[in-house]
Design a protein around this ligand. Structure first.
Ligand code: HEC
Ligand code: HEC
Length: 76
C-alpha cells in the first residue's frame, strides 16, 4: 500500500515538472526597446512602417497574432 502511494506521488511530481518545463519554454514577447526610435511611439499605427510587411525590420512569419502590439510588448 505504502509503495503505491509513493508511486502516485512520483507521478504527480513528474507531471508538475513537465508542465513547469512547458511554461518555461513558452516564447515571451521581447520588450519594446527604449531607444530614440521607440521612446515616443504611442499608437500602434506607428509600428507598421517599420515592422509591417516590406518595412525595415518586418515581423517574422511565425509572429503571433498582432492585433494590439502593447498588449504583449511592454516598454523597456
Ligand atoms: C522607425 C522604424 C521603427 C518603428 C516606427 C518602430 N520600430 Fe520597433 N524596432 C525597429 C528597429 C530597427 C528595431 C531593432 C531591430 C532588431 O533588433 O531586429 C526594433 C525593435 C523592436 C522590438 C524588439 C525586437 C527584439 O527582437 O528584441 C520590439 C518589441 C519593437 N521594435 C516593437 C515596436 C512597436 C510596438 C512599435 C510601434 C509602437 C515599433 N516597434 C515601432 C524599428 C522601428
Ligand atoms: C499576442 C501577443 C503579441 C502581440 C499582440 C504582438 N506581439 Fe510581437 N511578439 C510576440 C512574441 C511572443 C514574440 C517573440 C516571438 C519569437 O520568439 O519568435 C514577438 C516578437 C516581436 C518582434 C521581434 C521580431 C520577431 O518577429 O520575432 C517584434 C519587432 C515585434 N514582436 C513587434 C510587434 C508589433 C509591432 C506588434 C503590433 C503590430 C506586435 N509585435 C504584437 C507577441 C506579440
Amino acid at each position: 500500500m505504502k509503495s503505491k502511494n509513493l508511486l502516485f506521488a512520483a507521478v504527480i511530481i513528474a507531471v508538475i515538472g513537465f508542465l513547469f518545463f512547458l511554461s518555461s519554454t513558452a516564447r515571451k514577447p521581447p520588450l519594446i526597446p527604449s531607444d530614440a526610435i521607440h521612446k515616443n511611439l504611442t499608437g500602434i499605427r506607428a509600428c507598421a512602417p517599420c515592422h509591417g510587411p516590406g518595412g525595415s525590420s518586418p515581423l517574422k512569419k511565425e509572429h503571433p497574432p498582432k492585433r494590439h502590439c502593447f498588449k504583449c510588448h511592454k516598454k523597456a
